[in-house]
Write a protein that binds this ligand. Structure first.
Ligand code: WT7
Length: 632
C-alpha cells in the first residue's frame, strides 16, 4: 500500500474512491494475505441494513498481523510495553515472539474447548497479555468482547450475559497510577449474577501476585496453561463477514449495545486508515495512549499497527503518575515519533502548567493525533506549541465505535490541519450534512446532521443479538444513510468541523455514556422518584454529568443523599459515570405528552440564565424558575 504523497494525489484518490469504490477497495484489499479471494467486492443496502465486503473471501486477520511479516520482520519489535511504575521493568515483543505467544494462547483456548464463533470476554488492565490474548482469540475464530476494566461488576455481567460468553480472561489485580485494583474480584462478583451461567472458565493472568479467591472448578492460571503449549497454531479460515469482535457502546436509549465488526472489512480499513492518516514509515515509533477497552485501542493499538508491520508502544499507566511529565518522559525514553491521545488528557496536563512538558526534549516527535471528542482551540494550540514545538502536524481524527476506523481527518503532513477541525473525509468515506427533515445540504458554510451515504469496509454490521436495534438506531431516521448522531459544519474547501452529539449521548473525557443509562442507575436509589441527566461544558472532561433528581421527600440530609447517588451510579455502571453535579428538584419540566424538555435542563446546567424560549407549553412551567434558582 502506497502512502498518499501530496494534496493533488489525495484529491485524485478521493475522487476515484467515490466514483469507483469497488475498484478502489479491490486494489487495497489485494495487498493482504487471503486464503481465498473474494467473488465480489461489495453488496449492500442501508435499509435492512445488509452489508457485505469482500464477499466469500477467506482469511484470518492474525495471519496478516503476524505471519505475513515473517521472516523479514522476525527481529523487529512489534511493540514495547512501558509499565505503570517507572521502577518496574519494561518489556518488548518482536514479531516472532509475539507470533509464538499468540499461538500458545490460541492453543490454550482450544484446549479448554473454545471454538470458532464462541465469545470470550476480556476484563484486563493494559498488559501485553491483553493484546496477545485478543489476537489468540482471533486466531482460532473466537469472538472477543473487551470490557473496559473500569466498568462495574454489574456492567460486566450485563455484557457477558448479552453475548453469552463462554470464557472470561482477566488479571488478578491492576496497578493504575497509585491505585491498586482488585480486577478478578470484579469478575467473581459479575459471575454471581444468574445471567452469567454461560461462563465455563476464567483464565487469570498473574499480574501483581496478590492473593485472590480461587474457584478451582472454574479458574485457570495463565502460567499453568499457556507456557506448555506449542508455539504453532494454524489460523482458522474465516469468512470476510464472520464476526471478529463485539464492543459495547452507549446510545441514547436503553442498555449499551454490542457493536459487531467483521474480519475482512475491518482488517482492510483499519490498516489503510492507520497508514494514511499517520503516514507511518519503517523506523517510526507509534504510541497511542488509549485503553484497549475502547475502539481506539482495538483499531489503533492492536490491529492497525500490527497489520502494517509497525513498531508501537503500549503503556499500562496514566498521564499523571508518578507526575504530570510521564507522557513526555516516555516520548523521550523511546524516541516516540507518532503520539496519539485524547483532548481530555491534553487539557488535564495543560492544567499542571508548562514546567512538566518543558523538562523534556520531545525531539523525536513527528506527528501528533487527537481523538475522542472535539478539541478546543486552546488545547490544540498548547499541543501544537508545547508538545509539537510548532513542527508536528496534528491529526484531529473523527470516528466512532461503529465506524471501526478514522473517517474524517487530516493526513499527517499531506493535507493541512486547521485548529479544531477534523478537516476532510478519508478516501472511501462519503459524508453528507442533512437538515432536520432529511434534506442533503449542498455547498459549504452549512451546518447539519452528519450522515454517511455509502458503506466503507469497517462500518458496523449489526448490534449483537438485535439487528432491529441496529436498523432503528443508525439507519431508520434518515433512510438511505448511516446516521452518526453528531452535528457538524462544513466550511470552505469542504473541511468539516464536528460540533458534537445531537442525541442523548454525553462524552465525558472521551468516554461515551447514555443519559438514560445514568438515569436508570440513579433511579435505583430508594430515595429517588425520578431523575434527568444532561451534559454540561467541563474544562477538563469536555462534558461533565449534571443530574436533576426528584427525592422522595426533602426532609433528608442532602449531602448524604448525593453521595449515595454517586455510589449507586459507580456500582451500576462504573466510576466514570458518577455525576459531577446533582441538583435536587421538586419536579422536571415536562411537555403535555410527558416528555422531559431537556433543552431547558441543558441550559441551566451550562450556567445560562436566560434565553429559555417559550415554556408555556410545559405542563408545569413554574418549575423552570425553581430549577434556575437552585442551579449548582
Ligand atoms: C463519538 C464517538 C473514535 C474513538 C473514540 C470515541 C466523538 C470522536 C472526535 C473528534 C469531535 C469526536 C463524536 C463521536 N468524537 N472523535 N476528533 N472530534 N468529536 O469513540 O466512544 O464511539 O464515541 O465521539 O461525538 O460520535 P466513541
Amino acid at each position: 500500500m502506497e502512502l498518499i504523497k501530496d494534496t493533488a494525489q489525495f484529491e485524485e484518490i478521493y475522487h476515484k474512491s467515490c466514483h469507483q469504490p469497488e475498484l478502489f477497495w479491490d486494489e487495497i484489499a489485494s495487498g493482504f494475505t487471503w486464503k481465498k479471494r473474494w467473488d465480489k467486492v461489495l453488496s449492500w443496502n442501508f435499509t435492512e441494513p445488509n452489508i457485505h465486503w469482500f464477499v466469500n473471501g477467506k482469511m484470518n486477520i492474525t495471519e496478516n498481523c503476524l505471519d505475513r511479516h515473517l521472516p523479514e520482520k522476525s527481529d523487529q519489535i512489534a511493540f514495547y510495553w512501558e509499565p505503570n511504575s517507572p521502577d518496574t521493568s519494561p518489556r518488548s515483543f518482536t514479531y516472532l515472539s509475539l507470533y509464538q505467544e499468540v499461538n500458545k494462547v490460541a492453543n490454550s483456548l482450544k484446549q479448554y474447548g473454545i471454538k470458532k464463533g464462541d465469545r470470550i470476554c476480556f476484563y484486563m488492565p493494559m498488559v501485553p497479555e491483553l493484546a496477545i490474548a485478543i489476537l489468540a482469540c482471533a486466531r482460532i475464530g473466537a469472538v472477543h468482547s473487551v470490557v473496559f476494566a473500569g466498568f462495574s461488576a454489574q456492567s460486566l455481567a450485563d455484557r457477558i450475559e448479552d453475548s453469552q460468553c463462554k470464557m472470561v480472561i482477566c488479571s488478578d489485580y491492576n496497578d493504575r497510577g497509585a491505585k491498586h485494583i482488585a480486577v478478578k474480584q470484579v469478575v467473581d462478583d459479575a459471575l454471581q449474577f444468574p445471567g452469567c451461567q454461560c461462563v465455563e472458565n476464567v483464565l487469570v493472568y498473574k499480574n501483581t501476585g496478590d492473593e485472590v479467591t480461587w474457584y478451582p472448578e472454574r479458574d485457570l492460571w495463565w502460567h499453568d496453561v499457556v507456557p506448555n503449549q506449542s508455539n504453532e497454531c494454524e489460523a482458522e479460515s474465516m469468512d470476510s463477514e464472520d464476526m471478529l469482535f463485539i464492543l459495547y457502546t452507549s446510545g441514547s436509549t436503553g442498555k449499551p449495545k454490542g457493536v459487531v465488526h467483521t474480519c475482512g472489512g475491518y482488517m482492510v480499513y483499519t490498516s489503510y486508515s492507520f497508514k494514511q492518516v499517520f503516514q507511518i514509515n519503517e523506523k517510526d515509533l507509534y504510541w497511542c495512549t488509549a485503553d484497549i477497552g475502547w475502539i481506539t485501542g482495538h483499531s489503533y493499538i492492536v490491529y492497525g499497527p500490527l497489520l502494517v508491520g509497525a513498531t508501537s508502544l503500549m503503556f499500562e499507566g496514566v498521564p499523571t503518575y508518578p507526575d504530570a511529565g510521564r507522557f513526555w518522559e516516555i516520548c523521550d525514553k523511546y524516541n516516540v515519533t507518532h503520539f496519539y491521545t485524547a483532548p481530555t488528557a491534553i487539557r488535564a496536563l495543560m492544567a499542571y502548567g508548562n514546567s512538566f512538558v518543558e523538562k523534556y526534549q520531545l525531539k523525536s516527535l513527528k506527528v501528533l493525533g487527537s481523538v475522542g471528542e472535539p478539541i478546543n482551540e486552546e488545547a490544540w494550540h498548547w499541543y501544537n506549541e508545547k508538545v509539537g514545538k510548532n513542527r508536528c502536524p496534528i491529526v484531529d481524527t473523527w470516528w466512532q465505535t461503529e465506524t471501526g476506523g478514522i473517517m474524517i481527518s487530516t493526513l499527517a503532513g499531506i493535507t493541512p490541519s486547521i485548529p479544531s477541525y477534523a478537516t476532510k473525509p478519508l478516501p472511501g468515506i462519503q459524508p453528507v450534512l442533512l437538515s432536520a427533515d432529511g434534506i442533503e445540504l449542498e455547498g459549504n458554510e452549512v451546518e447539519g446532521l452528519l450522515c454517511i451515504k455509502f458503506p466503507w469496509p469497517s462500518i458496523l454490521r449489526t448490534t449483537y443479538g438485535d439487528h432491529e436495534r441496529c436498523r432503528q438506531t443508525y439507519f431508520s431516521l434518515y433512510p438511505g444513510y448511516y446516521f452518526t448522531g453528531d452535528g457538524a459544519k462544513r466550511y470552505k474547501d469542504g473541511n468539516y468541523r464536528i460540533i458534537g452529539r445531537v442525541d442523548d449521548v454525553i462524552n465525558v473525557s472521551g468516554h461515551r455514556l447514555g443519559t438514560a443509562e445514568v438515569e436508570n442507575a440513579i433511579n435505583r436509589h430508594p430515595h429517588v422518584v425520578e431523575s434527568a441527566v444532561v451534559g454540561f461544558p467541563h474544562d477538563i472532561k469536555g462534558q461533565g454529568i449534571y443530574a436533576y433528581v426528584i427525592p422522595v421527600d426533602f426532609n433528608i440530609d442532602e449531602t448524604i443523599l448525593k453521595k449515595e447517588i454517586a455510589e449507586v451510579v459507580a456500582k451500576q455502571i462504573g466510576a466514570i459515570a458518577k455525576p459531577d453535579k446533582i441538583q435536587l428538584v421538586s419536579g422536571l419540566p415536562k411537555t403535555r405528552s410527558g416528555k422531559i424538555m431537556r433543552r431547558i435542563l441543558r441550559k441551566v446546567a451550562g450556567g445560562e440564565t436566560e434565553g429559555f424560549g417559550d415554556v408555556s407549553t410545559l405542563l408545569n412551567p413554574e418549575i423552570v424558575e425553581e430549577i434556575k434558582d437552585g442551579a449548582v
